[in-house]
Structures are given as structure tokens and as C-alpha cells.
Design a protein around this ligand. Structure first.
Ligand code: NDP
Length: 271
């Protein structure tokens, strides 16, 4: 019996998740297959009903289904509830799905692997969208002195209220103007996808961590480098969150180094 796994989203054809998970499936000689499954907004429940009839072990869930995945799940981890969204579904023996969110531990591990310690330090988070929640919770858990800057102030205020974290909320302009005094800037704004730029101030060799990767991160990384920041992209976070999902399904925490190097090559070839 071959277990079915996959990433459910729309769009989803660009996702690196099948490459990542199928490498680990082969490495561990597992009888499983991981596919990209395009499901339109509003149809996650129907898709899960259909997939349950196949030998489905679990799924990653991406835009636009992360909130719906949490709502449809029979139970959920504390971190998924705090974030208000799930990126991982695990089939339960008693039926239904357990919702997890591995973006937060994936982001945390990427910081640790890069040797970034934020405890007691000022950190600016740009953005207040879906992924900013996992980032904000992690930075708060790591005891960073957090400033959240977003174009829509109300969205950042809602994030703080709903996640129960302590953070200062400022406008995007204000956050950027003051960013030079932060030990780390984490960018979760999606504007890199449309070629947007940031008006970053001059840095002092601090990290500018953009959780996007590939073409979406390249322009802002060049801008950051030119202004004396140390750019870092979101590929390590992507591979780490995948590793934690894999552990939820198979009970094995896989090695990330070779997979990350392979993804880096794929991304560089298409950037
Ligand atoms: P959302 O759509 O939920 O949030 C988008 C954010 O970008 C909001 O803060 C929004 O501000 C802001 N924004 C968008 N356009 C502009 C603009 N022109 N000017 C200023 N602000 C803008 O996206 P996600 O949080 O889900 O994803 C954000 C990024 O993170 C994406 O690039 C995605 O690829 C990446 N990502 C990476 C992951 C990884 O594992 N490495 C995991 C998940 C996401 P406003 O609130 O004002 O609209």
C-alpha cells in the first residue's frame, strides 16, 4: 500500500514541497508518494473527503486554505490555534484530521541554524499577513523586543490581539525609518512577488531576513546588500517546516542539508 501525501493549495504547481518530501521518502525507503494537489478556495472540505477514501496519511496546506484547514480539523495543536491557521494535516486513527502549524518551529530553526539570537534584542517584523503570525509568535517566544510594521495598521493590531503577544505596532513607513536600530529585520511582505522595493535605511551588517525566496526575494536582497544589511532568504524556513511536517507523518525528523542545497540549486536555476 502506497501512502498518499501532498500539498493542497491554489496555485500550487510552483511548490517545492513535492521535491523536498519525495527526496526524504526515497532516502528513508518509504512506500509513499507526495503530490501537488490544486484545490480551489472553498473546496478544501470536499477535497479532504475524497482524499480520505484514498490511503492519505497527511497533507501540507498552503494559500488559500490555511485557516479553513484549522476549522475543518477534528483537533489542533496549541501552536496552530495560536497562529489561527494550519499548514499540516495529519490523519487520525479514529477519523478526521489533526491540524498542526510547522511554520513557527521552521522559522525558529532557521534562526538557530543561522546563529541568530534575538533574546532581549529589538526586532522589526515587516508585515501582518498569514505568515507574519507564525514569525511574530516565534520572535515573542524567543523574548525579542518586537516591533510590527504594516501598511494596514489595523491588521497588525488584530494580529497582536488575536495571538496575545506583546509588540509595538507602527506604520510601515515608521518601521522602515527606525529599522536601522533593530538587531534583525524580518520581511514577510509579499511585495517582492510584484517587483516592489523597500525604502530600507542604512544597516550596520545586521540580518535582513526575507521569508520569500527565489525571484520574489532577489530584488529586496540586492537592495538590502547595497545598504549594508546581510540578506537571508526563506528557503531554510521552507525546508525546516517541511522537515517538521514529515516528522508528524512518519515519526522521522529528516536531515535538511542535502535537500536545502538541492532546492537552492533549483531556485537559482529559475531566478
Ligand atoms: P499575506 O497575503 O497574508 O500578507 C501579505 C503582507 O504583505 C501583508 O502584510 C500586506 O500588507 C503586505 N503587502 C502586500 N503588498 C504590499 C505592498 N505593495 N506594499 C506594502 N505592503 C504590502 O501573505 P503571507 O503572509 O502568506 O506571505 C508573505 C510572504 O511570505 C510571501 O512572499 C510568501 O511566499 C512567503 N512565505 C514563505 C514561507 C516559507 O516557508 N519560507 C512560508 C509562508 C509564506 P497589508 O496587510 O497592508 O495588506
Amino acid at each position: 500500500m502506497t501512502w498518499l501525501l501532498g500539498v493542497i493549495g491554489d496555485p500550487v504547481s510552483h511548490s517545492l514541497s513535492p521535491v523536498i518530501h519525495n527526496m526524504w521518502i526515497r532516502e528513508h525507503d518509504l512506500d509513499a508518494s507526495y503530490e501537488a494537489l490544486r484545490v480551489e478556495r472553498g473546496h478544501l472540505g470536499d477535497a479532504l473527503d475524497t482524499l480520505t477514501k484514498r490511503e492519505a496519511l497527511g497533507f501540507n496546506v498552503t494559500l488559500p486554505h490555511k485557516e479553513a484547514a484549522l476549522e475543518l480539523a477534528a483537533d489542533a495543536s496549541d501552536v496552530a490555534r495560536r497562529i489561527g491557521a494550519a499548514n499540516t494535516l495529519i490523519r487520525r486513527e479514529e477519523g478526521g484530521w489533526r491540524a498542526e502549524n510547522t511554520d513557527a518551529p521552521g522559522f525558529m530553526r532557521s534562526l538557530t541554524d543561522a546563529g541568530i539570537d534575538v533574546a532581549g534584542k529589538r526586532v522589526t517584523l515587516l508585515g501582518a499577513g498569514g505568515s507574519a503570525r507564525a514569525v511574530a509568535i516565534t520572535l515573542t517566544d524567543l523574548r525579542a523586543d518586537l516591533i510590527i510594521a504594516n501598511r494596514t495598521l489595523e491588521r497588525a493590531e488584530t494580529l497582536v490581539k488575536e495571538t496575545g503577544i506583546t509588540a509595538e505596532v507602527v506604520s510601515l513607513e515608521q518601521g522602515l525609518a527606525d529599522a536601522g536600530t533593530s538587531a534583525l529585520v524580518v520581511n514577510t511582505l509579499s511585495l517582492g512577488h510584484s517587483g516592489g522595493t523597500l525604502n530600507l535605511p542604512e544597516g550596520q551588517d545586521q540580518f535582513f531576513y526575507d521569508i520569500s525566496y527565489g525571484r520574489a526575494a532577489a530584488g529586496l536582497a540586492a537592495e538590502a546588500r547595497a545598504k549594508n544589511w546581510r540578506p537571508m532568504d526563506g528557503l531554510a524556513m521552507l525546508v525546516s517546516q517541511a522537515a517538521y511536517s514529515f516528522e508528524h507523518w512518519f515519526g522521522i525528523l529528516p536531515e535538511t542539508e542535502a535537500v536545502l542545497a538541492h532546492c537552492r540549486k533549483l531556485v537559482e536555476a529559475t531566478s
